[in-house]
Design a binder for this molecule. Structure first.
Ligand code: NDP
Ligand code: PYC
Length: 336
């Protein structure tokens, strides 16, 4: 039986993670960005991309696969288009470097695109879109990952778990946010289930022979995941490959070869973010309309909006501290 979880103030967790990233080869800027991202996921109960990911980040840094000191290069391509070469580093510092330019363009043109390439994304996607909605903007992002999903009708994996995240302002409350893998389950959650020795629901993946399996270890050991919703999730996953890789100049999920970097875990791909300012055409009406949609959803019986669980966990973390298992806490202190 594992020891009970301990609760850590959010700022202390960020500081500890930042020290770990610096100690393991990141610049101060990159470390601060990754630490805030990872601690936010832990704070919100997004456990597949919280401190669970730290060993993967560190083994990747040690393998030389990712550059923790990379300096992103931002290009102002057109009135509604910004491009960033992440220089073989992480996607989040690339977004941070281009963020002001991107939001400014969205506010003046009504819409702007940020294309990040030569980047590694190993995190939840909602932290990349939610802050835009908090500023009254609508944001949509896609990122492709690593080959582990069998397209509908295919015999072998090709796509990544390829998440889509969306955030929009909503009058009088928290923004509306969803963030979902286009695979039936995120790879991180399969790893967590394998670690706990739990069986998965039906329809998540196949073993190395292509037979349906509920065993997460069989999926991880030469097997593969399925898209969610059959051909529909498969089409969305294809779209993510096109937008996050073909459009940005990044790798498709199947294009990179990390075999010479044992320990490498972070997909080397691309990310697209589209930001829209609804106020240009709609004034404050968009946020009011969003509130009306939520009201009507509740009226027909919806009791749980996407993002709501995270916001609840965030409130609890603010009151009581961020929950981390005793094992994770002791491991983090050793790593720092
Ligand atoms: P989930 O299936 O857990 O959740 C997807 C969305 O649905 C969330 O917005 C969630 O809200 C919402 N939701 C969940 N249950 C309900 C419900 N019963 N009613 C209404 N809404 C609900 O996420 P995934 O497993 O698909 O993805 C997990 C994470 O993995 C994501 O953050 C994703 O970005 C990340 N990921 C990252 C990749 C990368 O390459 N960087 C690749 C693949 C995944 P809530 O958050 O409140 O639970
Ligand atoms: O959980 O599928 C996943 C994932 C892939 C890359 C980072 N997270």
């Amino acid at each position: 039986m594992s020891a009970p979880a301990t609760r850590i103030p959010f700022a202390d967790l960020v500081n500890l993670l930042q020290r770990i990233f610096v100690r393991h080869g990141c610049s101060e800027t990159v470390a601060a960005t990754l630490a805030a991202n990872c601690a936010s996921a832990q704070r919100d109960g997004a456990h597949s991309h919280g401190v669970f990911r730290i060993p993967g980040y560190l083994s990747t840094l040690a393998s030389g696969w990712v550059d923790g000191r990379a300096e992103p290069v931002v290009s102002d391509v057109a009135s509604g288009y910004v491009s960033v070469d992440a220089a073989g580093g992480f996607a989040q510092p690339a977004l941070a470097a281009a963020r002001e330019l991107l939001a400014g363009k969205a506010r003046s043109a009504g819409i702007a695109v940020l294309a990040i390439y030569n980047s590694h994304h190993f995190a939840a996607l909602w932290p990349d879109v939610e802050p835009f909605a908090e500023e009254g903007l609508v944001a949509l992002s896609v990122v492709n990952s690593m080959t582990c999903v069998v397209p509908e009708g295919a015999q072998r994996p090709l796509f990544g778990t390829n998440p889509i995240a969306f955030a929009a302002p909503c009058a009088g409350g928290a923004p509306i946010v969803f963030d979902m893998a286009t695979s039936a389950m995120a790879h991180g959650d399969v790893q967590i289930a394998a670690r706990k020795g739990e069986l998965l629901p039906k329809g998540i993946g196949v073993d190395r022979e292509g037979r349906p399996t509920r065993d997460p270890a069989a999926i991880l050991d030469g097997g593969a995941l399925l898209p969610f919703g059959g051909h529909k999730g498969s089409a969305l996953s294809m779209m993510v490959e096109l937008l996050a890789a073909a459009l940005t100049g990044g790798n498709f999920s199947f294009e990179f070869d990390w075999s010479r970097h044992p320990g490498a875990k972070t997909p080397w791909t691309g990310q697209l973010i589209i930001v829209i300012d609804p106020r240009l055409a709609q004034g404050e009406r968009f946020a009011a309309r969003a509130r009306e949609l939520v009201r009507q959803m509740e009226a027909v019986g919806v009791t749980r909006m996407p993002g709501e669980r995270r916001f609840r966990e965030r409130e609890q973390s603010a009151r009581e501290g961020v929950s981390v298992t005793a094992e994770e806490w002791s491991q983090l202190q050793t790593l720092a």
